[in-house]
Design a protein around this ligand. Sequence first.
Ligand code: NAP
Length: 654
Amino acid sequence: MVTSRDATDRHVHQGEPFTDDDAAIAAALEDVSIPCLLCSMVHLTGDPSWIRGELRPAGVFLNEYQGYMSEPDKAEARRRALPVIAAYRDGGCRLPPPPSPEVLREMMEFLLLAPIPDDSVAMFVEDLQLDGPSWADTTWADALPAEQRAACPVLIVGCGEAGLLAAVQLRQAGIPVVVVEKNDGPGGTWYENHYPGARVDIGSHFYTYANDEADHWSEYFVRQPELQAYFQRILDEQDLGGACRFGTEVTRMTWDDQAAMWRVEMRTSDGSTDTAAARVVISAVGSLNRPLIPDLPGRDDFAGPWFHAARWDHAVDHRGRRVVQIGAGASGFQIAPTIAPEVEHLTVFQRTAQWMFPNPNYHRAIPPGDTWAMRHLPFYGRWFRLMTFLPGAGLTMDRSRIDPTYAGNDDGTAINPINEITRSVFTTWIASQVGDDPELLAKVIPDYPASGKRTLQDNGSWLRCLTRENVELVRTPIERIVADGVIDADGRHHPADLIVYATGFRHNDFLYPMDIVGRSGQPLRERWGDEPTAYLGMAVPDYPNLFCLYGPGTNLAHGGNLIFQSECQMRYVLDALRQLLEGGHRTVEVTQEAYDDYVAHYRREIDQMVWSHPTITHSHYKNPQGKVYTLSPWPTQQYWRWTHAADPAHLTFG
Ligand code: NAP
C-alpha cells in the first residue's frame, strides 16, 4: 500500500529507522520468529552465514512461526543478533546491498526446510517485494494518451478484497472506475460476516495485499472488525470513496455490440433503479455471500427468531437462551465455541463431520516485540509473510490427486499414501482433544478422505466446546422444524429459543443473481446451467470485456489465499487492458478454442482431485450432479504464471 511512509527514500518493507535502546530491542527479540529474524539479519549485514550455521529451524508446519527451534538455539540467535541490530541503529539504519538471487533462494529453502522448485522461485521473489511495493507497476499507463484511457470506463461490481484491489490498480493505471457495491461499505465477506467469533483462517500477514506492510494486525488470525476496518482504511487512503456507489446492486448487464459497451442496470437500497454504461466490467462479487438456508420442513413454523450466520441479528440476544445451530462448517466452527459459554444450551446439528488440523496460534494476539520487528527490522515482515505462505503454498497437487489404484479409495479412507498419513495425523489430533468419550469421537471423525472438504483449523476450541455440559453435537438428520425447536429423524425434540443457520452459501451459482446477457443475447446463467466454467476462471467467449475475479474454478482448497489469487487475476486483467488500449481496440474476448482447451484441461484435472471423490456426498464444492466447478486444480505457481501476462494468442480484439 502506498502510505505516508513512502515519503522517505526507504520503502515500507525495509522498516522504519528506530532509536530504541538495547534493552527494548532485547525485549522485542523475545517475541520474534527466530527463522525470520535470521533472514532479516542477512539483509541487515549482507552476510548469508546467518542462515548457514547450526542455528536453523528443525521442522516446519503451517502456522508454526518459531520453526521448532530449541530454546537454547533461540536464545543464542537473539544473543548474536542484539549487538548487530544495535550497530545498525547506531549507524543510521543503513543497509548493505541486497542479497543475490541465489542467497534469496537459499533463505526461502532455509525457511521451508525443503528445496523450492525452480518454477516457483520467481513467484516468491515477487511476493517478497524487496524492491518496494509494486502497485505503481502499471507504468504503461503513462505511455497512453489520457483520452484513450478515459474512453475505457470500467465498472467493478463488488467492493470486497478483490473489487477494492481492482479499483486501486485501475485508478493507478489512469483508467476511470466506478465500483458498485450492494452493501453500505467495503469489505464484502468481512462486511457481512460479523457473527460471533468470525475471524480469518489464513494467517493475517499473508491475508494482506502483497505490497502492504503488515505491522498493524493485532492477532495472527484477526477477527472480523479489524479486517473490515482494514478494507475501509485502504478505501480511504486511496481516496476511492467518491468512485464507489454503496447500497447499490447490479441486477442486469447487457452487452451492446454496436457501442461496444456493457449496459448495466442497478437497484439502490431505496428501491430506485439506475443504469450505467461501461466499456469493461469486472465482476468482483465473490462466491460465498449468497446465504443458503435449506428449505427444511416446517422452517417457517419456528416461533422464535432465526437467521443465517452471515446475517447475524445482534438485536437478538442469544445469552442465556437455548440455541440450535444448524450446520458446522467453517462458520459454525467459529460460532459454537464463541457462544457456548454464554447460552443456556447449544445444540449443534452437523450433517458431515469435518477434518481439521491443529493451529496453536489461531487465537493468539501478536506480542509487541513481534510488531516492533515487523515495523523496524529490515524485511522481517516480508519473510514472516513468506513463512506463512510457504508451507501451504500448494506448489504441487500430489497430495490432492486420487490414486485410483490405492486401496483406501474403496471405502473412502484415503486417496493416496500421503493422504493416509494426513488422515492419521488429523485423527490423532482430534482424538487427543476429545478425551475419554468414544461416542463423541465416533461423531467427529469424518468418513471421507482427509482434505476432501474444506479442512478447518483449530486451537482446540471447537472440540473443547463439544465436551461442555451445555453443548450437544447431533449427527442425526433433521426431520422438521417445529414452533419450539427441532425434531430429529429419531423423533427426538431439541428445544430452541433461537435457530442459527450456519448452512453456507450458493457457491456453485456464480454471479447469482445478476443477469448477464452476452453478444448473442444468451444469459450467462442459462449458458452455464449447473456447470459454470471460464477461461482461467475469468473470461467466457460471447461475453466480451467481462472479467470475473474469483470466478468458476478458482476457489482454493489446496493452498495460497484469495487475496493472492485476486492479485494474480488483476495482473492478468491489467495486461489484457493494456493490450486493448495499446492496440486502439474496443473489445477483448477469449477465443472459443482457448476456452474449450482450458475447460477440457480443467475437467481432466479436477476430476482426479480429492474434492471430487465419490464418498463425499455433501459439499458446497460440488454442483447438484456431484461435479466440482468451483475449485482450482492448479498448483499456485502455475496459475501465477498463466496470469502473469495475458497471452494474446488466446484473445481476440475488436
Ligand atoms: P459450509 O462450509 O458450506 O458449511 C455449511 C454447513 O451447513 C455444513 O455443516 C453443511 O453440512 C450444513 N448444511 C448445509 N445444508 C444443510 C442441510 N440441508 N441440512 C443439514 N445441514 C446442512 O458453509 P460455511 O461454514 O459458511 O463456510 C463456507 C465457506 O466460507 C468456507 O468453505 C470458507 O471458504 C468460507 N469461510 C471462511 C471462514 C474463515 O476464513 N474463517 C469462516 C467462515 C467461512 P454438510 O457438510 O453435510 O454439507
